[in-house]
Unconditional design. Structure first.
Length: 322
């Protein structure tokens, strides 16, 4: 059982690492156990916590000694995850709050319950999402469902929690879960891609707006998982099977990577997996931006006329790194 830190209602951290003016200096990383946000005794709220990445984050943060509020729309699975998390966090340190993030009144109830119980939020992982298929001119119902959860769900949580979090004395973080599909836009599920592009945009805007705040005590982060073996990961990558494919990361691996990058203060938390290393993602992102700059057709990466040019670009790009 991890040691419990002092009350989250304690005065602001007073060491040179903490306090209202705390900033993570990427050149001198803070030792994990001293990080003022991901810290025993503080509070995490996770949406989409019943399964996959949200569940893995809940377990990891509980192991680190944080109190954890779990929110998800699937109640029986959420209760089960609640029991698993309680085994690490202990009774009284876990809240299981069934919540549909697409319904603002349920998100307000979530926030009220967390603040009533623990008086603060240090880590807000805005993670719930769905991926029903919607192409450009079909599946309008799925577009509505996808945007209701992936965009308005994220916004509901952000707009409900941020006004309280910015006034907290101790530093805190909001982590919105985006996707590489919201950046490079691979063909297959346009509605999901568009929803994740919106999450990227609104999280960048949030980060900027938070930087204008006098205390700058709350920072925003865009979490961009790689291929992660979860229910949604399977739907997004049809070659998925009952067993974790070698190319995917487990949810635990993705969460541990994400937490390290939050500790380092990174905004864009671009996660690799066993199939795609960071350099490959960087080249793909540059190529996607190059469609605009170079005047190529949209999504030229998947255009037959550009197939060999793209392959050559990747080959040369990777060779220049070796
Ligand atoms: N798995 C991947 O490869 C991958 C890649 C990139 C991004 N992501 C993102 O990671 C996040 C977590 O996904 P995951 O892979 O763990 O999927 P998952 O399906 O295992 O978990 C998503 C959770 O969100 C919950 N949820 C759905 N609608 C909800 C609602 N209206 N209110 C509250 N909860 C709701 C689900 O019940 C589920 O427990 C998502 O934002 C997803 O888009 C995943």
């Amino acid at each position: 059982m991890p040691s419990r830190g002092p009350s989250p209602l304690r005065p602001a951290f007073s060491t040179s690492l903490g306090g209202a003016s705390f900033k993570v200096d990427p050149m001198s990383p803070v030792a994990d156990e001293l990080h003022p946000v991901i810290h025993a005794g503080r509070v995490a709220v996770i949406t989409g916590a019943a399964n996959g990445i949200g569940r893995a984050a809940a377990l990891e943060l509980a192991k680190l000694g944080l109190k954890v509020a779990l929110a998800d729309v699937v109640e029986d699975r959420l209760a089960e995850t609640g029991r698993e998390v309680t085994a690490f966090a202990g009774e009284g340190n876990v809240l299981v709050i069934p919540t549909d993030v697409s319904k603002i009144e349920e998100v307000v109830r979530l926030k009220d319950k967390v603040y009533e119980a623990w008086g603060e939020v240090a880590v807000l992982l805005n993670n719930a999402a769905i991926g029903p298929s919607g192409t450009s001119w079909a599946g309008l119902d799925n577009w509505h469902k996808t945007f209701a959860v992936n965009v308005f769900g994220v916004l509901n949580v952000q707009q409900t929690f941020v006004p309280s979090m910015i006034h907290q004395e101790n530093p805190s973080v909001i982590i919105n879960t985006g996707s590489k599909q919201g950046i490079t836009n691979p063909p297959g599920n346009t509605s999901y891609n568009a929803s994740k592009a919106a999450v990227k945009s609104l999280t960048e805007g949030l980060a900027h707006e938070l930087r204008q705040q006098p205390t700058q005590n709350l920072t925003a982060h865009l979490f961009i998982p790689g291929w992660t073996y979860t229910a949604l990961g399977g739907a997004l990558h049809p070659k998925d099977t009952d067993q974790k494919p070698p190319g995917a990361w487990s949810a635990e691996e993705t969460v541990l990577y994400m937490l390290d990058k939050v500790r380092e203060g990174e905004f864009y938390i671009l996660c690799p997996d066993n199939e795609t290393r960071r350099e490959i993602d960087e080249l793909r992102v540059m190529w996607a931006a190059g469609d605009i700059v170079e005047g190529r057709p949209a999504l030229s990466r998947w255009h037959p006329n550009y197939k060999s040019v793209f392959e050559e670009y990747m080959k040369e790009g990777l060779a220049s790194l070796d």
